[in-house]
Design a protein around this ligand. Structure first.
Ligand SMILES: [Zn+2]
Length: 371
């Protein structure tokens, strides 16, 4: 999720920020000291690719600092691919020695232009030339982008947009797509809602009003119809396939659609409340289609740990990383939530074996992105 603060930040007028510290030589994309004292890296020492992150592309070193702290070798920016952001993303990739990568974004502000779809297709091609590795579609599609013809919300599977998804496939772009949001956000948002704390901090994420927003089920169905319509395009259903509350349903969707992958970003509290064998079954059935992601949002004055306030304490940062690794690597049943604002229940770890961790942390991402 992107907070209002970081959206403003990322959308701010593009000014070249000076890079006072110069590039970091890191040809292999590996860290020199993954186990330095105080490191929050995975105890396994495995290489990690963060497939789902957001940072202000004008400040690449800020992101690299965060990655170094947690032993992340390479990260993908889902917020670095608007036309105005591209020059910064290109520079960040170069100066980071390829550790900072980026996906394209759709310039939805052009939605009213008569040649909108054609312009987006052209943007995707330019983005590819600039070095982008995929396309990210935010939850705004389905929950915020208006249909210029009618003024009502544009559906996730509106055929008008088909050429964009077809072009992504032709360009070899995986399409990371966020559709809907936690199911709780679609229920009445009062104190009885289990996500009341988060909805109080971000009231704009309450989608309970059926006069304004579609039902969660409607959005999810449109997402799967979109995936089904473009078998030549790989889709990454972010946030555990957009349905972390229902792992069996996620598995069924992946079974039905061989072009559907998922990432784990910002949903460990949701999957971590299920019996671990349920989640382990999804990993066992689809070891090659699950990607590690954090949903970290990083800017010069902002750090959001997947969810929550923009200024977490050092203790929050430590809990975020240690709980993340513990969830995947141990069978502990008392793991504190990495993102407590999403619900303060403990997580039950799934203790993936080393081969599964290798695939999750870097192998699948490297194969999909050609890294
Ligand atoms: Zn995100």
């Amino acid at each position: 999720m992107v907070t209002a603060a970081s959206t403003t930040l990322l959308a701010a007028a593009a000014l070249l920020a000076g890079c006072s510290r110069g590039p970091r030589p890191d040809e292999a994309g590996r860290l020199d000291h993954p186990h330095a004292p105080g490191s929050l890296a995975s105890p396994t020492g495995l290489r990690v690719v963060d497939f789902h992150a957001h940072w202000d592309p004008r400040y690449p070193l800020t992101m690299l600092d965060r990655m170094d702290q947690a032993g992340v070798a390479v990260a993908v920016n889902y917020s670095g691919g608007l036309p105005t952001a591209l020059p910064h993303s290109v520079r960040g990739e170069r100066e980071s020695g390829g550790r900072l990568r980026f996906f394209c974004n759709v310039p939805w502000r052009l939605i009213g232009e008569p040649d909108f779809v054609e312009r987006v297709v052209l943007h995707l091609r330019e983005c590819k030339t600039a070095g982008a590795l995929g396309l990210k579609i935010s939850k705004a599609l389905g929950l915020g982008v208006p249909d210029p013809a009618t003024g009502s919300l544009l559906a996730v599977d509106d055929p008008w947009l088909d050429p964009i998804f077809e072009e992504a496939g032709r360009l070899g772009f995986p399409v990371s797509i966020h559709t809907g949001d936690p199911q709780a956000f679609f229920r009445p948002c009062g104190p009885e809602n289990e996500r009341f704390e988060e909805l109080t901090a971000a009231p704009e994420w309450c989608f309970a009003d059926r006069d304004v927003y579609p039902a969660w089920e409607e959005l999810y169905a449109a997402f799967l119809r979109r995936v089904a319509r473009h078998p030549g395009t790989v889709f990454v259903g972010v946030h555990f396939g957009n349905a972390p509350e229902e792992p069996a349903r996620v598995a069924a969707a992946m079974r039905e659609h061989p072009n559907l992958w998922i990432d784990t970003a910002a949903r460990l509290p949701e999957i971590g409340r299920h019996p671990p064998e349920e989640i382990r079954a999804v990993f066992a059935e689809f070891p090659d289609r699950i990607l590690f992601g954090t949903d970290l949002q990083v800017g010069p004055d902002v750090l959001v740990l997947g969810a929550g306030p923009p200024e977490p304490s050092p203790a929050d940062v430590e809990t975020f990383w240690r709980s993340t690794w513990r969830y995947f690597e141990t069978a502990d049943a008392d793991i504190p939530s990495p993102t407590p604002i999403q619900g303060r229940w403990p997580l039950h770890g799934i203790a993936l074996d080393r081969a599964a961790l290798e695939a999750l942390y870097h192998g699948n991402a490297e194969r999909l992105l050609g890294l």
